[in-house]
Design a protein around this ligand. Sequence first.
Ligand code: PA5
Length: 433
Amino acid sequence: STLKLQTNYLKSYIQQDELLLLNESVKSIHDDMHNKSSIGNEFLGWLDYPLENHESPIEEMLEIAKEVRNNAKVFVVIGIGGSYLGSKAIQDALSPYFPVDDTFPEVIYAGQNLSGRYLNQLLQFLQYKDVYINVISKSGTTTEPAIAFRILRKYMEEKYGEKANERIIVTTDSEKGALRELANEKGYRSFIIEETIGGRYSVFTPAGLLPLAVQGYDIQALMSGAKKAAIDLQANDIFTNQAYRYAATRQLLLSKGYEVEVLASFEPALKNLHEWWKQLFGESEGKGHDGIFPAAVSFSTDLHSIGQYIQDGKRFLFETLLHFHEVEEDCEVPYDSQNKDQLNYLSDKTLNTINDIATQGTAMAHVEGGVPVISIEVERLDEYHLGYLMFFFMKACAMSAYLQGVNPFDQPGVEAYKSKMFELLGKNIKIVK
Ligand code: PA5
């Protein structure tokens, strides 16, 4: 099957009847969510988005992707949070570990930090290369990407003059925000993030799709995967809907004192998928001094560092193992007649087989060590299955936050640092030159 949620390792932590008790709440939350009457209902646009027809913006994105390929070596994506994590996650999951050729423009992200060093080096890196920019901000007013865009816009105008406007593509709200105004004034081409879709639920909108199209990823397959998930996950109960079972299981574990969820996978390319997942769950659930803290590890690397803590530290964490069955490439362990390294016992196996066995062994050891382990098995690592998985997580996250009793779609806590920073920077004090 496309995705399988395994809970066999949870037997000593969660009983069926405990799950059953949550089923009534799940059903009524499901109804409210699908009738658009739950809290935060103005941000439920993502729920049916993959089922709707997006042919025309997708075609336009594929056209622009071709144009960028013909006219640029670098595509700079400016955005923060949900405006970049989705495309970055998929890009990293699917791109080769070592660059193969330069058929596709290099995609570089900016506007997620305030490092002067980063932007200065980026400007130098861009100097002799042809560039396109995609600035993504739903609100159009987020400080970090706005600063990066001001700097890069000046750079583009100095480099290309009037023609700079043809090389800047905006992804933002259809009407509101400074970025929309700027796009209208300068005549930038633009794509829309629907008003009803918040940043961390926007990977299937042009915010996620355009950067992926530029790199030649199959965005139609990604959307088909999401669509299949939207169809498969329409049941209203824990036993048929795996996203809801994952959600209910997480909340039960939280109620039993397991306050940290560690997402773990055995393919290093998935690190940024972990980052996307951390944002999705952390920003949706970390509210009212409650919620599961989402953490992530990349194995085997982290088995030799933080793995010690998982096995043997404070017992307040549970682990969600993410495993993709088919990964396109593999490597064999060669037979060695001398066998000085004593590895001949592995010489009939490939690395991916050994990695699969390491996954099982790790799960068994962690369960024995007192860590509840959930496992999510996905059939293949490709666009279609990533689309399926990411929609699965989105639906699970909304249900889980509602079960916890919070609005999954706001992020009031993000404002606190901003107001302190603005105060310190003297925002709203007019600078007259
Ligand atoms: O999930 C969210 O809503 C946030 O993480 C936003 O994506 C992030 O703050 C960026 O916002 P914007 O796209 O308005 O610049």
